[in-house]
Design a protein around this ligand. Structure first.
Ligand code: TRP
Length: 335
């Protein structure tokens, strides 16, 4: 007899293949993806088409795409459980993006804060792709009819736009797209810069001591934590005005599962030196299996290829169905 099981909700997220993720990306987002995989029907992709809104060196881009894909597997995502794929392998993303762009207003795209920031930062390359990027992101999402999309603060506005576009399309042509919700996970840590703990940890920071890359060697991780900016109180406690220590406590709490009170007790009477070493060791232990798996995967390119090809096939099946529905509703000849 067939068992009646509740249908799993669908979740989707993507990561750009630009630079190695930081400890902040890991503790704040990627580590949660692994947990989500258990409870949801999930799609995770390397958003390589998004990367070319800024100039890329072709050889480097290729390597980064592969590394980012391997990293998704290294953090524990299972290509048998989830659909793990590379965006450019699935043509429906580009195809739907064009259809959706005709349901998106110039004014809406002009209001995207990321576009405004990026065009200010790179006035020499304000290309059309940089402007229409949120439409491609809407296509990435809407093709898979997800219930939830885990996104960071910086992508909230883009997800909101995807919802607006979907609602407008459905209103104009008939129901095609599910309107997805932002997924607010368990308290994903907001990890701050080690050099300037008032700022978020960022991989594009010019000061490499300010961030931990998830592939940093143990001795580098130790060195960076030892240099982390703290304060002059020399007491491990969570309090306003102690941004550096608060940040280290947040990280330590994430890696060990200990509460702030437990951490304060553990380091009562000890100095920042001891605390920093303990935080660094916990981070090294947390990242060690990820780094090991990453190294192994990068040495087995045939296996990686098998995984991303299978992922592309699965993604292709679902996305082609949604694309055809949208085309049909719009009046294109699909049969
Ligand atoms: N734009 C996202 C970022 O820069 C990456 C991304 C592309 C994405 N498509 C997506 C995230 C779809 C969630 C869903 O981080």
């Amino acid at each position: 007899m067939e068992q009646i099981t509740e249908k799993k909700k669908v979740i989707l997220s993507c990561i750009q293949p630009t630079g190695t993720p930081t400890l902040g990306n890991y503790l704040g987002a990627l580590k949660n993806w692994k947990a989500l995989e258990e409870d949801f029907f999930s799609y995770f992709a390397v958003a390589d088409l998004h990367a070319i809104t800024v100039k890329q060196e072709p050889k480097e881009l290729k390597e980064r795409i592969l590394r980012t894909y391997a990293l998704l597997m290294a953090i524990g995502l299972d290509p048998e459980k989830s659909t793990l794929f590379i965006q450019s392998h699935v043509p429906a993303h580009s195809q739907l993006a064009w259809l959706l762009s005709c349901s998106t207003q110039f004014g809406e795209l002009s209001r995207m804060t990321q576009f405004k920031d990026k065009s200010k930062a790179h006035p020499e390359n304000i290309n059309a792709g940089l402007f229409t990027y949120p439409v491609l992101m809407a296509a990435d999402i809407l093709l898979y009819q997800p219930d939830f999309v885990p996104v960071g603060e910086d992508q909230r506005q883009h997800l909101e736009l995807a919802r607006d576009i979907a609602g407008r399309f459905n209103g104009n042509y008939g129901n095609v797209f599910k309107i997805p919700e932002a997924y607010i996970g368990k308290h994903g840590a907001r990890v701050m810069s080690l050099a300037n703990p008032e700022k978020k940890m960022s991989k594009s920071d010019a000061n490499t001591n300010s961030f931990i890359s998830i592939l940093d060697e143990p001795n580098i991780i130790m060195k960076k934590f030892k240099r982390a900016v703290t304060d002059s109180e020399a007491k491990v406690r969570y309090a306003e005005g102690k941004d550096g220590i608060n940040n280290l406590m947040g990280i330590y709490s994430c890696t060990t599962g200990k509460s702030f009170e437990q951490i304060e007790d553990e380091f009562a009477g000890k100095g920042y030196g001891d605390f920093k070493v303990a935080v660094a060791e916990s981070v090294i232990a947390e990242l060690e299996p990820v780094q090991q798996k990453f190294k192994d995967l990068m040495q087995d390119r045939a296996y990686l290829k098998e995984c991303y090809r299978t992922g592309a096939e699965k993604a292709q099946r679902m996305s082609a169905r949604t694309l055809a529905k949208a085309q049909k509703k719009m009046g294109f000849i699909v049969d």
